[in-house]
Design a protein around this ligand. Structure first.
Ligand code: SF4
Length: 405
């Protein structure tokens, strides 16, 4: 593990000695410890390295295939190439691609020929029944049926934004699922709203094997999140990062002209997550072989981010702060009259601005109920004042309407 002839620990020591702002990065000192194989000095690992997923003891690749996409049912070259490179973990969900993701993964599972060679995680939204625990159980059966498999390696309650979902009935439901053999492990994903509260509740509740949550370079200094991560690690919960690119609008990204001798910006953002040894893995949306190859190269590379790389990412974090909605809808939406969906609207705007997915953004915006799209006559001043990101909510909502309505 060398970086310009300096070990990772050496790098951190140098940083501390130089008085650099390492306080927020102190948790990075365990980066890559316990990681396998990454052997061979400075030589790249032969496949993507693996880390243990919390107390499950199971080793998963540090790079996971995000499956919010449709695959080629005959032969998907991205999935097959990923598998060959050691990315044998598929992260899907019942609702991904309007329910099409599962259907297009099922043939791939058959093509691999040995179910045990793949790790499959899926998620249910908990909407199939008014009794939420029953809903998750019904949705698990639907996942198995659509994927044409007998079990999931991991089943998540999808997008949990309420700590009440960690109540005893849900923990018992997870136990039932494990005992039934339909799932090996059970957990949840959380996307922003009450994320810290949900993670702390999971750590306290027990019975949660893994959590997937939003984590990226701009969140290093989030004290409450760091404490929640520590609590989860202490409770043996395996942690998986999603949204690692932080969806920075292209024009803001251009403000910081990221330059590194080792990595491009997308790779650097992944390396920044992997530098945190508390995380087992990062899920990535890889819809072509170029992205896959870049991400695999970054995962395999024993080279760590340089101090300069980290500093550039910190500058990017500062530059994008006023544009980066964190999804904490409970803060702003409680401060406007009516049912306007601020967090959802700004997320759709991000799809357009950061990924160029304008059609998807417009489709999702159009699917919001009429009152949730309302803008005229709404005073966003109190919401903007409370927004932890300092977002000019009125201006951003107006822009979203202009572009997406
Ligand atoms: S606009 Fe601000 S308060 Fe509202 S969800 Fe986004 S970051 Fe949170």
């Amino acid at each position: 593990m060398s970086e310009n002839g300096t070990s990772r620990r050496g790098f951190l020591k140098t940083a501390i000695a130089s008085g650099a702002a390492v306080g927020a990065w102190s948790h990075l000192s365990l980066a890559a410890e316990g990681e396998t194989p990454a052997a061979g000095g400075a030589a790249p690992a032969p496949t993507v390295p693996r880390r243990k997923l919390g107390a499950t003891g199971q080793e998963i690749p540090i790079l996971l295939m995000g499956c919010a996409q449709k695959f080629d049912e005959k032969y998907d070259k991205v999935l097959h190439r990923a598998f060959k490179d050691g990315v044998d973990y598929l992260d899907t969900a019942l609702v991904y691609e309007d329910g099409q993701s599962h259907k297009t993964i099922a043939p791939f599972i058959k093509q691999i020929g040995d179910r045990k060679k793949l790790w499959i995680t899926s998620k249910g939204p908990g909407e199939a029944d008014p009794d939420k625990a029953k809903a998750y159980e019904k949705e698990l059966d639907t996942c198995l049926s659509q994927l044409q498999t007998d079990y999931l390696d991991l089943y998540f309650m999808h997008a949990v934004d309420d700590p009440a979902r960690l109540g005893p009935e849900f923990i018992k439901m997870g136990e039932r699922m494990r005992k039934s053999g339909k799932v090996r492990y059970f957990g949840l994903s959380c996307h922003g709203k009450q994320e810290v509260e949900v993670m702390n509740a999971a750590a306290a509740a027990g019975g949660i094997d893994a959590i997937m949550f939003r984590y990226h370079f701009a969140r290093y200094g989030d004290l409450a999140l760091n404490k929640a991560i520590d609590a989860c690690v202490k409770a043996g919960i395996g942690l998986i990062a999603m949204k690692t690119q932080d969806s920075v609008p292209k024009d803001q990204e251009a403000v910081v002209k990221f330059e590194s001798k080792d990595f491009n910006l997308a790779q650097a953002k992944l390396k920044a997550v992997w530098a945190d040894g508390r995380l087992a893995a990062a899920v990535s949306h890889m819809d072509n072989t170029t992205k896959l190859a870049e991400n695999v190269a970054a995962a395999r590379s024993p080279v760590q981010l340089s101090m300069n790389d980290f500093q550039q990412l910190q500058r990017l974090a500062a530059a994008r702060a006023h544009y980066a909605c964190q999804g904490c809808a409970q803060i702003c939406e409680a401060r406007v009259a009516g049912e306007t969906k601020i967090a959802d609207t700004l997320r759709f705007l991000m799809y357009h601005e950061s990924y160029g997915e304008t059609e998807k953004a417009r489709r999702l915006f159009a699917a919001l109920p009429g009152p949730a799209r309302r803008l005229d006559g709404i005073d966003f001043a109190a919401a903007a004042q409370a927004c932890p990101q300092g977002i000019d909510i009125a201006a951003r909502m107006r822009r979203a309407h202009d572009l997406l309505a």
